[in-house]
Design a protein around this ligand. Sequence first.
Ligand code: ATP
Ligand code: MG
Ligand code: FE
Length: 346
Amino acid sequence: RIIMGIESSCDETGVGLVRLHDDGAVELLADEVASSVEQHARFGGVVPEVASRAHLEAMVPTANRAFEAADLKLSDVDAIAVTAGPGLAGALLVGVSAAKAYAAALGVPLYGVNHLAGHIAVDTLQHGPLPTPSLALLVSGGHTQLLRVDDIATTITELGSTVDDAAGEAYDKVARVLGLPYPGGPPIDKAAKQGNPAAIAFPRGMTGPRDAKFDFSFSGLKTAVARWVEGAERRGEEIPVNDVAASFQEAVADVLTAKAVRAAKESGIGTLVISGGVAANSRLSELARERCEAAGIELRVPRPRLCTDNGAMIAALGAHVVAAGVKQSSLDISANPALPVDTVSI
Ligand code: ATP
Ligand code: MG
Ligand code: FE
């Protein structure tokens, strides 16, 4: 069966096509993405109205490119999956409306699915079926969560999450302080490679004995970086951008991996998946690999292209949902900007 996945929760219009094999294996056939990130760059963040309009313009061309790439026709599609939430309301609506139109016109079932579960499900395209249970560290522009995955199609439980900023948000804000472009993850990752991660001892949020074990906090870290840079500027010193980037990045990777490994150990889970845009970070995956190896935990990190928003992740999740025999969505569904992570499909 062929599953089409549509993603439009933020600033990427994504259309993916996958084949669900009889044994449950999911094969990637096409993954086309159109991004409006350049239109948001000068604002230092995504402008919702601009994103919605870009989705509207890009949706059908992106879908057509996916069918071309996979050498498939619309009539080959057996089911449509679409991001129903969480995300920007107007942006989500474009994808949901398009998905309804495709489902109605083709006479195939529609599945409204969770974007965050999609970030995890995408790993199965690269590394095969997820062992159950698995632990997932979801680190993206809007979310930072530690999740227990008992069944990617139906059962995801939150063990912890950020109490303030998401990890990706911290990257974007620190990049701005350092005069690096938006989105901040890639330029900080690059600068950090030339810097000393031990140059500045930035705080590790939520790691005190009284703090919730699996929650995260990055707003204190972000403020500490801003204060440090202000201090250096006041003294008329040149900002050692590479050292600040490396020290900030080390603090983020340290806290994320320490908590994830501890959660895996305490719950006796043998597999950790790290996904979402920040999973593309080179130091995060390096440190996670070291610490997982030491703890005897299998680590899975999808390739960077699959970590950031795309349609293939939604098609992959859709395929698992179809394979699990989950009830299809009504053609009356709407987008839910605040869809909770434990609601895999609606
Ligand atoms: P959500 O999935 O929570 O709705 P989103 O979809 O906007 O948010 P993603 O596209 O998954 O988020 O990730 C975008 C974030 O990933 C940005 O904050 C960006 O700075 C960050 N990012 C991308 N590449 C890297 C990298 N190499 N290192 C660190 N962060 C990165
Ligand atoms: Mg994005
Ligand atoms: Fe995302």
